[in-house]
Ligand binder design. Structure first.
Ligand SMILES: *[C@@H]1O[C@H](CO)[C@@H](O)[C@H](O)[C@H]1NC(C)=O
Length: 283
């Protein structure tokens, strides 16, 4: 009865609401297999969800997997909350949608990443569909948005070139002519089963720090490798982790682009020599 009343009220109060709420709804536990929304902060979801899906095993759970590659990039701190509020809406007495402002914030950060992965921002997530007034909807955290504007972030870009066994001068030039250079151990899982396929093992060491932040760089590189998986797969072989020197520059919009990638094998003296020379030159 309560549900029916809410639906009736909402239908009169929000005639522009794009979702079809003219059907009865039910609450179910968020299934364990629905990884992306399992830890979203509530345990029961409403069916059908805001995308109109009502078949839990056949539709809702499998479709939720589509979002994993995007969410794993960490494209926006509230991307998970936003998506889950649509695909696994919290089970309250009222329908609780994301606010338009949250949709816009997530879309602005994540649509370019989604485009890099070969998908358009879906029409079902058109931000104009969501309530413009800030009450009774899931709103953006101002601090996240402010932070997102100042932190360097990875972006979709042409794939950097991989140079095996480079000459000392090549590496030295690369460090010299780019804003930053780091060493990082990259690990590509042989059989990823749900977790991100690429990881950064251990610490990222700065050769040239440039615009990079000490505490953020590992995370930033990890995100970079998850944005374009086919590019990353061409750079890193699956199996044991491998040390690399990565150089890149900040773009005018603040995004970071990687330009050159050098695998650093243990017996490769040229890279060590180049780093030594660079450090001596700087003092
Ligand atoms: C992603 O990487 C692939 C492989 O290098 C490349 O062909 C493609 O252009 C990249 N995608 C984008 C959108 O830059």
């Amino acid at each position: 009865m309560a549900v029916f009343l809410t639906v009736a009220l909402l239908a009169t109060a929000c005639p522009l609401l794009a979702f079809d709420m003219g059907q009865s709804t039910r609450c179910v536990a968020i299934p364990n297999q629905m990884n992306i929304c399992k830890d979203v902060g509530y345990s029961e979801m409403r069916l059908p969800n805001f995308l109109g899906h009502s078949n839990l095993e056949g539709e809702v759970v499998p479709r939720s997997e589509d979002w994993k590659p995007l969410l794993q990039t960490g494209c926006h701190p509230q991307a998970q909350a936003f998506l889950c509020s649509l695909i696994a809406p919290v089970c309250l007495d009222t329908f609780f949608q994301p606010c338009r402002s949250l949709c816009v914030a997530v879309r602005d950060s994540c649509a370019p990443v989604l485009a890099c992965q070969g998908h358009l921002w879906p029409e079902a997530l058109d931000c104009d569909r969501f309530p413009a007034e800030e009450d009774m909807c899931l709103s953006p955290h101002a601090k996240f948005n402010d932070l997102a504007k100042v932190l360097p972030k990875p972006a979709c870009q042409a794939c950097p070139s991989l140079e095996e066994a480079p000459a000392m001068k090549t590496v030295l030039d690369a460090i010299f002519h780019h804003d930053f250079a780091v060493t990082a151990k990259l690990h590509r899982l042989r059989h990823p089963t749900g977790e991100p396929e690429f990881e950064i093992d251990g610490r990222v060491e700065f050769i040239r720090q440039g615009p990079l932040l000490p505490y953020d760089t590992r995370h930033l590189l990890q995100q970079w490798f998850l944005i374009n998986l086919s590019c990353a797969s061409g750079l890193v072989r699956p199996g044991r982790s491998q040390l690399y020197v990565l150089t890149g520059s900040a773009q005018p919009d603040g995004a970071l682009a990687l330009t050159l990638v050098f695998p650093w094998h243990r017996k490769d003296a040229n890279i060590a020599g180049a780093i030594r020379k660079w450090k001596r030159h700087r003092c």
